[in-house]
Write a protein that binds this ligand. Structure first.
Ligand SMILES: NC(=O)c1ccc[n+]([C@@H]2O[C@H](COP(=O)([O-])OP(=O)(O)OC[C@H]3O[C@@H](n4cnc5c(N)ncnc54)[C@H](OP(=O)(O)O)[C@@H]3O)[C@@H](O)[C@H]2O)c1
Length: 314
């Protein structure tokens, strides 16, 4: 009996070992193919020549790059943001990058409200355009102690990161479904959508919402709409105080990776370093929370928690 149990244990160990080994090899091969061999699709052909892309949070960082890169691909661009002057600066960059595409600026503070009337006003400004792609990019998150900060601050965070994508997607979904060609929707989530980054619980929860929302949309509308769940690690922009370490990439690189995967991959992890970090976060959070907290809490405290309290409390 004992020898039977031993041989069953051995067999199980072998099965787990072979599975883990194969899984790791497949992951590495897939990561290599995606990053070094994959060619982007012909986006104009796929989504309609001369159609429009809507980008929220178009005033800088990743959003600005989406506007520029899509314009280079020949798409007209609707730029949504809360600061008119900054939007006009991006608009100039879009024109410089492409020359011939049309642009439209829509000023809206997405942290203000999730009322239907507010989003109807945004929709009224784009309803006559052949919109083929929506990029839910606007977002913000800062490290803080949950209990120290006003409820409105947290709610505003949820309105921008989760409310706005829901409202805009709802406004556009029937239009997308009625188009002859395919449409696309990119939700900009984060690497922290799998496990809460210390001091950023609300932000990560809102981004997790976006990821689940993306799964839901792809399950239900995947035959007509390409959904992308973009989950970057560090991108050197305002939101991370332009952090520029070895694990960070430029917004240009981030968006190029997103366009490379659009229509071909549901989750876009822009570069191998982000894939490995995501894997590490997930494994540490699951199997060694103390180590996860030790590595990240110290790191985040150094990077932003102290800065946040310095800027806002002194
Ligand atoms: N950078 C990273 O490491 C990183 C990693 C993972 C995910 N992300 C996500 O990537 C997206 C873009 O961020 P980013 O890195 O490009 O940072 P960013 O440069 O700070 O850009 C954020 C954009 O969102 C806009 N925004 C913020 N609150 C808004 C509001 N209430 N109404 C309208 N627009 C608002 C900002 O407008 P203003 O210019 O007016 O502030 C800005 O255009 C965000 O969703 C972020 O969560 C970033």
């Amino acid at each position: 009996m004992l020898s039977l149990i031993c041989s069953l244990n051995n067999l199980l160990a072998w099965v787990i070992g072979i599975y883990t080994f194969t899984h790791t090899i497949c992951m590495i091969v897939r990561m290599g193919l995606r990053n070094y061999a994959r060619k982007p699709l012909d986006l104009q052909k796929r989504y309609g020549k001369g159609s429009w892309v809507i980008v929220t949070g178009a005033t800088g960082g990743i959003g600005e790059q989406y506007c520029v890169q899509f314009a280079k691909e020949g798409f007209n661009v609707v730029l949504i943001g809360r600061n008119k002057e900054k939007l006009e600066e991006t608009e100039i960059k879009v024109k410089e990058a492409s020359g011939s595409v049309k642009t439209k600026v829509v000023v809206a503070d997405l942290g203000e409200t999730v009322e239907v009337g507010f989003y109807q006003k945004i929709y009224d400004q784009v309803k006559d355009l052949d919109v083929s792609i929506l990029v839910n990019n606007a977002g913000w998150g800062e490290c803080c102690h949950f209990e120290d900060i006003s409820l409105d601050w947290h709610l505003s965070n949820l309105r921008v990161n989760a409310g706005a994508p829901t409202m805009l997607t709802h406004n556009l979904i029937n239009h997308f479904l009625s188009r002859k060609t395919r449409s696309a929707l990119i939700n900009v989530s984060t690497i922290g959508n799998n496990a809460p980054l210390p001091y950023m619980g609300i932000y990560c929860a809102a981004k997790r919402f976006l990821t689940i929302f993306s799964y839901y949309l792809t399950d239900n509308y995947g035959d007509k709409i390409d959904i992308q769940n973009l989950t970057p690690g560090f991108v050197s922009t305002k939101i991370v105080n332009n952090y520029n370490g070895p694990d960070s990439i430029t917004p240009e690189k981030c968006v190029k990776s997103s366009l490379r995967d659009l229509g071909q991959e549901f989750t876009c992890l822009p570069v191998p370093a982000h894939s490995l970090t995501a894997q590490m976060f997930h494994t540490l959070y699951r199997y060694s929370k103390p180590l996860y907290r030790m590595l990240l809490v110290n790191d985040l405290e150094k990077r932003s928690l102290k800065k946040y309290y310095k800027d806002n409390k002194e």
